[in-house]
Design a protein around this ligand. Structure first.
Ligand code: URA
Length: 442
């Protein structure tokens, strides 16, 4: 077997055998198959696709390339949650403590933001003192003690995915469904939870703008989980508008903590999606008999303050402040704030998630390349949601600006206004905002 023949077969559209995929992945890890051959194979996969057996073989190879956690909590079913990423997506900060408060053990490893999309680890690092780099034994001990842990992706798990992702990032091969599915599921399967709950975003603020693509990704992940005996469910959720009001790291933590303290005041789409994810997680782990009962239990966990108390406990255990109020008081704030007002009266028809994500990135909240520094205070807080009616001069958003961007405020304001579509009063009646939950698979 040699890499050249395997690449040639893939280029011609053949389905590779598990042995051929293993030859490439293990050869790459051991240094026999160089970056340029893997890059060529990735491009061939993007152009020719991979069938399910190939996708499963790749997932297994990447899962088995590093440490595999085997952990359990007596009498409980463990769960992992993953979002394919979007703009303003702070659901993890609400959903994980709520699940843990209901008795579901969760070891959650998250990534960093890139491009227009944010990452949970960056958000958590906005909390002074919070440690996202616990070792695996420390993380496992915390799950047993506290019920949940929130950490960065361990380099010891699925190292082949890390190497492949770095190449995909520079070869225009990220947005390929079998590669995304195997990347996500290899890490989740290596983390060892008994159930996997995915939040697959649909819309221009996520990876996959079209529903059909997101559905295919969800179906592939669910089928990989089934093949490995780990029940996996995917919630397909809307990501054409930012989720919640805040976009930017410390701002999103603030919104999540305020949500936990006062769930009835939360932005409606964020609230609906969080309740759905909690409910699905509770049903999958047998805490409740069905999803409607899960929604009621989720409401109880939030409104009773149990989820807020659990979040504070997780944060304190990982080195941060001891209460939700202390977390709010400790979050860093940008030196400049600037209010953007509605230029005309009307209905907010659209808030373009991708445009807002790119604006937040350029304000310092995100990265263009992987190791760029970020400013945890920078970002945007929207004052409105879609289908809301505004008068001319009403607040649309607040820009949270770094000192060095003082001269760019007018440009940021123009980009914010361009991202918001307001239809004049009379031309389009306001209707209910769309449900953020589009479908549930698995
Ligand atoms: N998230 C991942 O973990 N991997 C991908 O390939 C894309 C999104």
């Amino acid at each position: 077997m040699n890499a050249y023949d395997i690449l040639y077969r893939k280029r011609q559209g053949a389905c590779l055998t598990p042995e051929e995929i293993g030859f490439l992945i293990q050869g790459h890890l051991q240094g026999h198959v160089p970056d340029y051959q893997i890059a060529a194979w990735l491009m061939a996969v993007c152009l020719q696709g991979m069938d399910f057996d190939e996708t499963l073989a790749l997932t297994r190879q990447m899962r088995d390339s590093g440490q595999k956690l085997a952990w359990s909590v007596p009498g409980k079913i463990t769960l992992d949650k993953h979002s394919t990423g979007g703009v303003g997506d702070k659901t993890t900060l609400v959903v994980i403590p709520a699940l843990a408060a209901c008795g579901v053990p969760v070891l959650k490893m998250s990534g960093r933001g890139l491009g227009h999309s944010g990452g949970t680890v960056d958000k958590l690092e906005a909390i002074p003192g919070f440690r996202t780099t616990l070792s695996v034994p420390e993380a496992l001990a915390q799950v047993q003690r506290t019920g949940a842990v929130l950490i960065g992706q361990s380099a010891e798990l699925a190292p082949a995915d890390k190497k492949l992702y770095a190449l995909r990032d520079v070869t225009a091969t990220v947005d390929c469904i079998p590669l995304i599915a195997s990347s996500i599921m290899s890490k989740k399967l290596a983390s060892g939870a008994q159930r996997i709950l995915l939040d697959v975003k649909v819309g221009n603020g996520g990876f996959l703008p079209a529903y059909e693509q997101a559905e295919r990704l969800a179906q592939t992940c669910v089928a990989i989980g089934a093949a490995e005996g780990v029940a996996t469910r995917a919630v397909l959720s809307r990501m054409d508008t930012p989720l919640g009001y805040a976009v930017g790291n410390a701002l999103e933590v603030r919104e999540a903590v305020q949500f936990l303290l006062n769930p009835r005041q939360a932005e409606p789409a964020l609230r609906t999606l969080c309740l759905e994810l909690i409910a699905q997680g509770l049903e999958m782990t047998g805490v409740v008999p069905d999803v409607p009962a899960g929604r009621m239990e989720a409401e109880r966990a939030l409104t009773s303050g149990a989820a807020a108390a659990k979040f504070a406990e997780i944060v304190a255990t990982q080195g941060g402040p001891a209460t939700c109020q202390d977390i709010l008081d400790s979050l860093p704030q940008a030196p400049i704030t600037h209010m953007v007002r509605a230029p005309l009266a009307g209905t907010v028809q659209q808030i373009d998630a991708r445009a807002i994500g790119l604006l937040a990135r350029d304000m310092g909240a995100g990265r263009i390349v992987k190791d760029d520094p970020i400013d945890l205070t920078a970002g945007i807080t929207l004052s409105v949601t879609v289908q809301q009616t505004v008068r001319a001069g009403d607040p649309l958003a607040t820009l949270h600006v770094r000192a060095q961007d003082q001269d760019h405020i007018a440009e940021f304001e123009r980009r914010l206004l361009d991202a918001c579509t307001i239809e004049q009063v009379g031309s389009a009646p306001a209707s209910a905002p769309p449900d953020p939950v589009i479908a549930v698979l698995g």
